[in-house]
Design a protein around this ligand. Structure first.
Ligand SMILES: [Zn+2]
Length: 628
């Protein structure tokens, strides 16, 4: 009897599975139709076209797009909010703006999405997860060729961990890349209309010292016995910036800020987030009214908690009493908008007995965190502040930094921290993330990093090793194994060095005895020699490998300058005691330069030093330092 039941249940399972099979394409032909709503939205039309295009690229089959006013038939692909009974039980409420549902029966395939790009994201996930397509970079798309496509039962509902996901890399500017990887953008670039009307440090835009400084110094910070309403040179000396902050308890300041904010909103009515945030300096107002609010709501004795970036500052952290009181008043005037403010430097510590209004967004930045360990373990000051904010609100954006900005082409072993950091953010009710990568073209493992970050922003629990392996195989082909060994070795040796901070403003010379030691660099070069050999007949993959190798060369060049002589130094002594440039280093310098140019690397440091300038400076160094 037992056996019969077992056989029976297996049979039922087979019947059920078969019943839910949906044939999309058979021998390069399809009997399907793509159905969109009669009054389809822009996103629904785009989604239908993406579906049609990729199915043709995979199989050669051309599936027509029809409106839902036609009579329902078998083999329909339902895109968006179509008038079909299959849509009756879709939990649209659960999908939010970007979530989606992919579901099929034997008669139809349905892709439905949230209020914004959900349906489009659903189709890209369908292509990736169920048909094997990949978008490794803006330039590398993989489309598998299949003559027949039969879907097994799918019932896949996905909602992202963060409602706003920005991955600040050049690849993410590409509209298809951004949509494929479900990314937002605070700029106007890419395919996304920005959700942000303004971004950070906006006090001066909302109440300008140049306009009001002379007539109304009382609108600005009071300290050292007077008001500070002027402008000072900016950090690079190229422009001016406000000397101080606003006096946030002055009622006229609130009125002027709100009036100017309204004017800005009128110009970009669709933007949801508006930044009302402190200028980039620590000169807050110490007038009796502002100080009294700061003291009243301070969760600690003002000045008792100091951070790396301003440990020597005369202006100790004060918390957010006066600022949060002010921001809540602004937010009350704009109930349909989200007012974002910086909890930054002197305002980063969450207040006591003061809760941000629901439409207030708190922006936290972890610029000083060490990067070879997780933020939770390595930066307890930031972690405890985030945990505190997470208890007060779930409307938090973290501005996170994931590369070495001072040396964009230096090895930076922090890949292992990406997942735990995003999980930590999610645990503390962060709703939006801005991952600041490389604004320039190129950079260490730029494509791999961008790919991993995009996947983690959608789902911090994704199997990230699988994601990485998939990328390495797709992007580096036969060289994937050697590249993986290099990544592992770099990270193992970094993690073994306890107590050394891996900084986003560091440099490779600091690591010359750790993960960039002479012996390890030798191993890295052996791995890259093998990797290049493995793909020597695939020009694209070979170029990817050469790009991945640039950071090893860059580290060697920087260490050579520092060491000057010896095995890894920039110079060697000839038999008649003349100092000449080390031929090995000269060779690497030109190889580095050529491959930077070949792959359009725009700068070796954020904001400055294009490869051509790097080469010129290095040659000058040879010339000036050589004869001594
Ligand atoms: Zn004041």
């Amino acid at each position: 009897m037992k056996k019969v039941i077992l056989l029976l249940s297996t049979f039922c399972f087979l019947v059920q599975t078969q019943a839910q099979q949906f044939t999309l394409v058979k021998r390069h032909k399809s009997t399907c139709k793509i159905i969109i709503p009669e009054m389809a939205s822009v996103v629904e039309i785009q989604t239908a076209l993406v579906f049609q295009d990729y199915i043709q690229r995979i199989s050669g089959a051309n599936i027509p797009i029809e409106s839902d006013i036609i009579k329902q038939t078998e083999n329909e692909i339902l895109i968006g909010k179509v008038d079909r009974p299959e849509l009756d039980n879709i939990p649209f409420g659960q999908l939010g703006k970007d979530g989606f549902l992919i579901r099929n029966s034997e008669a139809s395939l349905l892709i439905a999405g949230g209020t914004e790009k959900g349906v489009l994201y659903g189709v890209y996930t369908f292509l990736e997860k169920y048909l094997g397509c990949r978008k490794y970079s803006s330039a590398v798309t993989f489309v598998p060729i299949q003559k027949t496509i039969v879907l097994q039962a799918i019932n896949d509902l996905q909602v992202p961990a963060f409602t706003y996901r920005e991955n600040y890399y050049r690849d993410a500017v590409d509209p298809e890349y951004a949509d494929w990887h479900k990314l937002d953008s605070h700029g106007e670039q890419g395919s996304n209309t920005s959700e942000w009307g303004s971004w950070v440090h906006t006090f001066a835009d909302l109440l300008s010292p140049e306009e009001y400084g002379v007539a109304h110094p009382e609108y600005f910070s009071f300290y050292d016995g007077k008001r500070h309403a002027g402008m000072v040179p900016s950090w690079d000396g190229k422009s001016e910036q406000p000397e101080a902050q606003l006096c946030l308890t002055n009622p006229d300041v609130l009125e002027i800020v709100c009036q100017n904010l309204q004017t800005q909103i009128d110009q970009k009515p669709d933007a949801l987030y508006w930044s009302v945030s402190q200028n980039d300096n620590v000169h807050y107002c110490q007038c009796p009214q502002c100080s009294s609010l700061d003291e009243k709501y301070a969760a600690f004795t003002p000045g008792s908690k100091m951070y790396g970036t301003h440990v020597n500052s005369l202006y100790a952290p004060i918390g957010m009493g006066s600022l949060m009181t002010f921001i809540n008043k602004v937010a009350a005037r704009f109930p349909d908008k989200i007012i974002s403010t910086l909890a930054y430097q002197y305002t980063r510590v969450p207040p006591k007995d003061l809760i941000p209004a629901e439409n207030v967004n708190i922006m936290l930045c972890n610029i000083e965190s060490s990067r070879n360990t997780t933020i939770e373990q390595g930066d307890t000051a930031f972690s405890s502040d985030l945990e505190g904010w997470g208890k007060l609100t779930d409307n938090i954006i973290v501005w996170d930094y994931v590369i070495q900005f001072s040396n964009l082409l230096s090895p930076f072993p922090n890949l292992h921290t990406l997942q735990p950091n995003l999980r930590f953010f999610r645990k503390n009710r962060v709703s939006a993330v801005f991952e600041q990568g490389n604004r320039e073209i190129g950079g260490e493992f730029a494509e791999l990093r961008s790919y991993m970050i995009a996947k983690l922003l959608w789902d911090p629990d994704v199997n990230i090793n699988q994601v990485m392996d998939d990328f390495l195989t797709g992007y580096y082909g036969e060289a994937a194994k050697e590249i993986k060994k290099y990544i592992n070795l770099l990270h193992e040796n970094n993690m073994a060095q306890s107590g050394i901070k891996l900084s986003i403003f560091g440099n490779p010379v600091q690591e010359k005895e750790t993960f960039l030691s002479d012996s390890l660099i030798k191993v890295y070069n052996q791995l890259f020699n093998r990797a290049e050999k493995a793909v020597s007949e695939s020009p694209d993959e070979l170029q990817h490998v050469k790009s991945a190798r640039l950071p090893v060369y860059y580290a060697m060049l920087e260490i050579a300058k520092e060491e000057r002589s010896g095995d890894r130094g920039a110079f060697m002594t000839t038999s008649n005691d003349i100092l000449i440039p080390n031929p090995k280093i000269v060779h690497i310098l030109y190889d580095f330069f050529y491959n930077c140019i070949r792959t359009k690397v725009s700068r070796v440091s954020e904001w400055h030093t294009p490869p051509k300038e790097y080469l010129a400076k290095y040659l000058k160094f040879f010339e000036e330092q050589g004869i001594k």
